[in-house]
Design a protein around this ligand. Structure first.
Ligand SMILES: NC(=O)c1ccc[n+]([C@@H]2O[C@H](COP(=O)([O-])OP(=O)(O)OC[C@H]3O[C@@H](n4cnc5c(N)ncnc54)[C@H](O)[C@@H]3O)[C@@H](O)[C@H]2O)c1
Ligand SMILES: [Zn+2]
Ligand SMILES: [Zn+2]
Length: 341
């Protein structure tokens, strides 16, 4: 059976791996039908992802079909189309015991810290499969990206009528925008890439956008919010500079959520900003099982339109050739989807 492996940064190869065994207790054998390519895969390819180890079969945004189930499996059956929750949690640590399966102390993400779905078939814990028979396989592969935004927005808990500033309009920022819109809050998007802001206005129905980088961002946000600033700021840039600056955009008693990730230190003024405004600062990691269920329902009901999302498509045989182009934002790539069959 074929699999695609990153032998080391910048070095793909096609390998032959043994067919998976029959599923054991609580497991399911699945056929991988679609794989979404995300920033994590790109960072892994570029060698910029500290959690990524090599050699590695990537692939964590998966639309799969159940081929066989092991004993005790009741949530899925043969033939079901599913979205995969790729966060393999230990089920024993303190975080897991409190239901924070997104944030397990020994968490392994499929395709990052363990081999993932860039292969034909695999055995997975059935509890990590979310049945989605009314979705297309492509839509199943999109659910995980959306789940990242869903969880970040749940953390920030925006209410109708509030001003929410989303900084960074890459795929993660876009997934945040989907859920801010559903909350009924007002969405304001900031990025320094004008093309990405244009995408937000034209394809995502965002009305207010602010170009970052001219030093007049706060002033612009003040205009848009009648001087209140943002009740909730969600930073999806992955830039430590932006993350430090983000607190300046928050309203008095506002909330700030970091969904983007940086290895750098973040600095911000405490007394004049964090303290004076009594801000609440939150992290956001991965997503929870109910997020997957909710997103599948929202797509079924047409409340999330997945059409703008899939900008590029390829197949398994061509992915290695195409991959480098997906690392370049100027190609307009939001989400590339790989067909395996
Ligand atoms: N919380 C999680 O569990 C989770 C999961 C997946 C990815 N991430 C992280 O989310 C972040 C975003 O991922 P992505 O794939 O959308 O990345 P991306 O690089 O495609 O998008 C980032 C966007 O931020 C903009 N940006 C960068 N610096 C800026 C600044 N100073 N001001 C304004 N805009 C700025 C860029 O122009 C770009 O459009 C990454 O850090 C990624 O690691 C987090
Ligand atoms: Zn991803
Ligand atoms: Zn755990």
């Amino acid at each position: 059976m074929k699999a695609l492996q990153l032998e080391k940064p910048q070095q793909w190869r096609t390998i032959d791996i043994p067919e998976p065994q029959q599923p054991g207790e609580g497991e399911a054998l699945v056929r991988v039908r679609r794989i979404g390519i995300c920033g994590t895969d790109i960072a892994g390819f570029l060698g910029k992802m500290p959690f990524f180890s090599y050699p590695r079969i990537p692939g964590h945004e998966l639309g799969v079909e159940v081929v066989a189930v092991g004993g005790g499996v009741t949530n899925v059956t043969t033939g079901d189309l599913c979205s995969v929750e790729p966060y393999m949690n230990c089920q024993e640590c303190y975080a897991c015991s409190r239901g924070h399966t997104n944030c397990c102390e020994r968490l392994k993400v499929l395709g990052v810290m363990m081999d993932g779905g860039m292969t034909e078939q695999m055995v997975l814990p059935a509890r990590k499969l979310h049945r989605a028979n009314k979705l297309s396989p492509e839509q199943c592969a999109l659910v995980e990206t959306l789940a990242i935004g869903c969880h970040a927005v749940n953390r920030g808990n925006p209410k109708a009528g509030e001003n929410v500033l989303v900084i960074g309009a890459g795929p993660i920022g876009l997934s945040v925008i989907e859920f801010v819109k559903l909350s009924g809050a007002r969405t304001i998007v900031m990025d320094m890439n004008e093309k990405r802001l244009e995408f937000c206005r034209e394809k995502m129905g965002v009305q207010e956008t602010i170009v970052a980088g001219d030093g007049k961002e706060s002033e612009a946000l003040g205009w848009v919010t009648a001087g209140r600033m943002a009740d909730l700021v969600i930073d999806a840039t992955g830039s430590n500079k932006s993350m430090g600056q983000a607190l300046n955009y928050a309203a008095f008693t506002g909330r700030v959520v970091y969904v983007g990730i940086t290895q750098q230190e973040i600095t911000f003024p405490h007394a004049p900003v964090m303290h004076r405004r009594e801000l609440t600062l939150m992290g956001s990691r991965n997503a929870l099982p109910p997020d997957f269920t909710r997103i599948i329902e929202l797509i079924e009901q047409g409340k999330i339109d997945t059409r703008p999302w899939i900008t590029h498509e390829t197949n398994f045989a061509n992915l290695i050739n195409m991959f480098e182009s997906y690392t370049k934002p100027e190609t307009g790539v939001i989400k590339a989807i790989v067909t395996v069959e």
